[in-house]
Design a protein around this ligand. Structure first.
Ligand SMILES: *Cc1c(COP(=O)(O)O)cnc(C)c1O
Length: 423
């Protein structure tokens, strides 16, 4: 299968080229040129076995079956439980990877794909508001021939996120930027558009514009659907920010997996809700919320979703509903889910679960994606549920390691010098 840019189909590239280029020549995002159908068995015992059969058509030009089997075994080496909490209400826990958020699926797959396809020394730049950086640092840690530079905004990530960003191996360098996430992103963008720098250093990106992040996110939708095979078409409820997670689900549906619809729930950053009203939305500046990994004002994967539906808003609306939930309601839901089901959720998952009161959806099973472990946001959650959350041992051990980070003001000169002296 080939990949094309959203804007034109003159230039078809392989999976490997799309992965290393990140963005297409014309500046738009890569999308699959054709939606494949999968050749799936009726039952799968292991997650990685199913993942391999789903991903194979997307990568087979560059990665053979045995190689992909190994990549999937190593990437998806944690459990993916589907928990029933009420009649027709299920929670798909996507947070059992090493950094306790669903971004591990993408980051671990991406790291191993880069590693197997990489010919030269490679430096990966990533700006993070919290979760992506940790997942990427962990996913690439110790991967031969690949250096990773992560920029995160000082004092704007949670305690656990910072632990995961700064207790890292030699090939990962964390830069603590005295500024905001937007400052971090700006430095990364400037480095990418600096031709001179790029002649010296082989740079690529692990941000969610990369198609390699999207493909592994198809797999858990199919996994969950297969677990409920006899219960009819499920609705998936996806707490959404940059819409990468949602795009994975849409790719599953368009390739023939029987899914009824998607409910994408946003926090107060509600561009998607406004877009679905009339096909247009004004980009607002980002609003800071307690579900910070979804604080996205201008979600880049919306272009991919439009493309997948031939830019037809009515068709998008048939498959996709969206609502927005503010912090007050999010807090109420965290309390309610704890009280009604004795189940603790992170703020992102709670934004999705705000739909739980919506009786309209309950003709079919509803699967809520739980995107992060509540522990990752313990400073927010513990006062709300008035209880301590237990630390998993993987996190306990991070506290014993020494912090490794480089503090930097958001100046491009500094950043460029850092890159040129280190790589
Ligand atoms: C990144 C993230 C999201 C949002 O996912 P998108 O793919 O950007 O829509 C939701 N929850 C958590 C915990 C995240 O880290």
């Amino acid at each position: 299968m080939k990949y094309r840019s959203i804007l034109n189909n003159n230039e078809l590239v392989s999976f490997s080229d799309a992965l290393f280029q990140g963005l297409a020549q014309d500046g738009s995002l890569f999308v699959p040129n054709k939606i494949p159908s999968y050749n799936l068995k009726k039952n799968y015992v292991t997650y990685h076995d199913l993942a391999k059969d789903i991903i194979y058509p997307f990568v087979k030009e560059n990665i053979n079956h045995n190689e992909l089997e190994k990549i999937c075994e190593e990437s998806f080496n944690f459990k993916v439980p589907l928990k029933k909490i009420d009649d027709k209400i299920y929670i798909l826990e996507l947070f059992h990877g090493p950094t306790l958020a669903f971004k591990d699926f993408a980051a671990r797959f991406l790291a191993r794909s880069f590693s197997i396809l990489n010919q030269n020394k490679l430096t990966i730049l990533v700006a993070t508001s919290g979760d992506t950086g940790g997942a990427v640092a962990n996913g690439f840690s110790g991967v031969e021939g690949i250096n990773v530079v992560i920029l995160y905004p000082s004092k704007r990530v949670t305690e656990i996120q910072e632990l995961q960003l700064t207790r890292v191996q030699k090939n990962v360098k964390s830069i603590e930027v005295n500024g905001t996430f937007d400052d971090c992103q700006k430095l990364v963008k400037m480095a990418f558009s600096d031709k001179k720098l790029r002649n010296n250093i082989n740079l690529t990106s692990a941000n969610s514009i990369n198609i390699g992040r999207l493909i592994p996110q198809i797999t858990y939708y199919v996994w969950a659907k297969k677990k409920l095979e006899n219960l009819g078409e499920p609705t998936f409820c996806v707490p959404s920010g940059n819409l990468g997670n949602l795009t994975g689900g849409i790719l599953a549906k368009l390739s023939g997996v029987k899914i009824k619809r998607f409910l994408a729930t946003t926090n107060s950053n509600d561009s998607l809700v406004r877009y679905l009203k009339n096909g247009n939305f004004k980009i607002e500046s980002t609003i800071k919320t307690i579900s910070n990994a979804m604080d996205v004002g201008d979600p880049s994967n919306l272009e991919r979703i439009k493309f997948l539906y031939n830019f037809n808003l009515n068709n998008i609306k048939k498959d996709l509903k969206s609502t927005s939930v503010n912090d007050a309601k999010t807090i109420k839901m965290i309390k309610k889910i704890k009280k009604d089901y004795n189940y603790t959720v992170c703020p992102h998952t709670a934004v999705g679960l705000a739909n739980i009161e919506n009786k309209k959806w309950k003709n079919s099973p509803v699967i809520y994606l739980a995107t992060a472990h509540p522990l990752k946001f313990k400073n927010i959650i513990e006062p709300i549920i008035e209880e301590k959350i237990k630390l998993p041992s993987s996190i306990k051990s991070l506290y014993k390691k020494k912090k490794k980070s480089i503090s930097m003001n958001p100046s491009y000169e500094n950043f460029k010098n850092f890159l040129l002296t280190n790589f």
